[in-house]
Design a protein around this ligand. Structure first.
Ligand SMILES: [Fe+2]
Ligand SMILES: [Fe+2]
Length: 257
């Protein structure tokens, strides 16, 4: 168990040495003896796991994983299991949601993409506020990013509610034949317009952050924020594509539009 992860591949180490020379463990170091700050720097997605376990990877990022677990009185192996799962958790192309029946596709979008947003938006809001307040004085673009993020969050939150409470139930009812066909052009056009507003906010965040590339000396929260915003952009792009290009045209066809 304890030998399964060591610091690792030469590529990882070379990357850390070139970008973060101050956070580097020698090759061969067990993961338990690497610092939590180093582990997040190497893969920012690990920040979610540490946050879930209550491990501080920013201000206390110099502690080794073993020390951090001992201080929190938690099982080291449980944390390592999660880190290992994250490493291999690439969603496989096993099924293509675009091929789902229309009612299942609507449910898939709510469970997968709306669920993702409800989990991520509060976490990203908290990190945006922290990064803007700590670093915004000398990097005003971070304050502009916070302002843009808040606008996006408000837009997306009310948008999801309209889809879940009005449009998607209407689409599901149509697909099951429980209501007679009626035009959905108006509500669908409204949703597509809101997608454009969200897309513009994402593009603005992308530009302000230089494609979500943090500066070389950025702290771990800064890095985790940029990685999280990058994931948000990717997920929203897939989400909006499924609605605009698959769900809404199918709904219009059912509605006789
Ligand atoms: Fe949606
Ligand atoms: Fe939408």
């Amino acid at each position: 168990m304890m030998n399964r992860w060591v610091a690792g591949s030469l590529c990882d180490v070379a990357y850390i040495m070139s970008h973060h020379p101050n956070i580097y463990s020698p090759p061969g170091t067990l993961i338990a003896d690497r610092t939590v700050g180093e582990l997040v720097a190497e893969r920012p997605g690990r920040s979610r796991i540490f946050q879930a376990f209550g491990i501080d990877f920013c201000c206390q990022g110099g502690r080794t994983l073993r020390e951090a677990c001992e201080r929190k009185n938690m099982a080291l192996d449980a944390v390592i299991d999660q880190l290992e799962a994250e490493l291999s958790a690439k969603p496989g192309p096993a099924s293509n949601p675009a091929e789902l029946p229309i009612d299942e596709l609507a449910r898939y979008i709510v469970e997968t993409h709306h669920g993702f947003l409800r989990r991520e938006l509060p976490r990203l809001r908290a990190m945006s506020e922290r990064v803007a307040s700590v670093h915004g004085g000398h990097t005003p673009s971070l304050v502009e990013m916070l302002r843009t993020f808040i606008g996006l969050e408000e837009e997306v939150t009310s948008h999801m509610m309209k889809e879940e409470q009005i449009l998607f139930p209407a689409i599901i009812a149509l697909s099951r034949g429980t209501v007679s066909p009626r035009p959905l052009d108006g509500p669908i056009a409204c949703m597509i317009h809101e997608h454009e507003i969200v897309g513009e906010a994402l593009a603005h965040l992308n530009k302000l952050s230089h494609r979500f590339q943090p500066p070389a000396d950025a702290c771990n929260t800064y890095r985790a924020l940029f990685a999280g915003l990058h994931d948000l952009e990717e997920d929203l792009h897939r989400h909006i594509h499924l609605e605009n290009a698959v769900l809404f045209p199918a709904a219009k066809a059912l509605a006789g539009g």
